[in-house]
Design a binder for this molecule. Structure first.
Ligand SMILES: Nc1nc2c(c(=O)[nH]1)N[C@H]1C(S)=C(S)[C@@H](COP(=O)(O)O)O[C@H]1N2
Ligand SMILES: [Mo]
Length: 249
């Protein structure tokens, strides 16, 4: 393969910043990206386009490798990390709370029933419990115990079009993320009400978070407020800033 040009002398300072960003994310150098994408990278938009092409390719590869029947590893209770770490795009002193009795989950998009859901309605459904490892791209992981309603059960209740491509999550701390339908239907993807066998604490996403042990930490939304089933690519808070969209763990 002919190595595409990368004229380092012509690289503007913005590109150097971008290259640092790529390296920090443990991805590739600009030269590596030029090789992978077969593009000439002479300005920032060209680099962004090339990066998008490579990430798009790895997302498709990850989606092909993903199996609804391959389970994330589960652990013995003795392995639970205590205290469990807190993380968000802000500090723990800024955690937002809502009255659990007033909270409702908004439902929209490709569903037949858009009535909002109360916590009581989720409590009335059968719950699943898991002890799994949460992996954050910032370089830490922790094992926790979560229980709740499988997302697949909820999607069936609201008459979701299960052939739709995406499930989009919005949170009341202005966070968002989205997943592919195969992951939404995965048996370990659950709408969490309890952490460590007690009501989910504020720090970890009260009153409801979605636990997806087959995905990296940033794809596990806390403080859930709204769910949309859609065919339009939804992105997310970190994904829109360059984190990998598929984000498999
Ligand atoms: N609503 C909301 N969900 C979020 C985040 C956030 O800032 N807001 N951060 C994500 C990231 S990067 C991580 S690592 C986990 C942290 O979850 P924890 O506090 O239970 O460890 O939440 C994810 N979900
Ligand atoms: Mo994270």
């Amino acid at each position: 393969m002919k190595r595409p040009d990368l004229d380092r002398a012509a690289i503007a300072p913005e590109l150097r910043r971008l290259e640092r960003r790529l390296m920090l994310k443990g991805m590739v150098s600009l030269g590596g990206l030029a090789m992978l994408s077969g593009c000439v990278l002479d300005d920032e938009p060209a680099v962004e386009r090339a990066l998008a092409r490579v990430m798009n390719f790895t997302d498709r590869a990850q989606a092909l490798l993903f199996s609804r029947h391959r389970l994330a590893r589960e652990f013995d209770a003795s392995r639970i990390t205590r205290p469990f770490p807190f993380n968000a795009y802000y500090g723990q002193d800024e955690v937002r709370t809502v009255d659990p009795a007033q909270w409702r989950l908004e439902v929209s998009g490709l569903v037949t029933d858009t009535r909002p859901w109360s916590l009581a309605r989720f409590r009335a459904l059968p719950q699943k419990r898991q002890i799994t490892r949460h992996i954050c791209v910032e370089g830490w992981s922790a094992i926790g115990c979560w229980s709740g309603v499988p997302l697949s059960v909820f999607l069936q209740h609201v008459g979701a079009d299960l052939r739709a491509k995406y499930v989009d999550f919005h949170c009341f701390d202005d966070y968002s993320t989205s997943i592919d339908m195969a992951t939404a239907l995965h048996p370990q993807t659950i709408m969490v009400l309890d952490f460590d066998d007690a009501a989910l604490p504020a720090a970890y996403g009260a009153p409801m978070k979605v636990r997806i042990p087959t995905k990296l930490g940033y794809k596990n939304p806390k403080y859930l407020a709204a769910i949309t089933v859609t065919n339009r690519f939804p992105g997310g808070y970190w994904e829109d800033q360059g984190y990998d969209w598929f984000g498999g763990s």
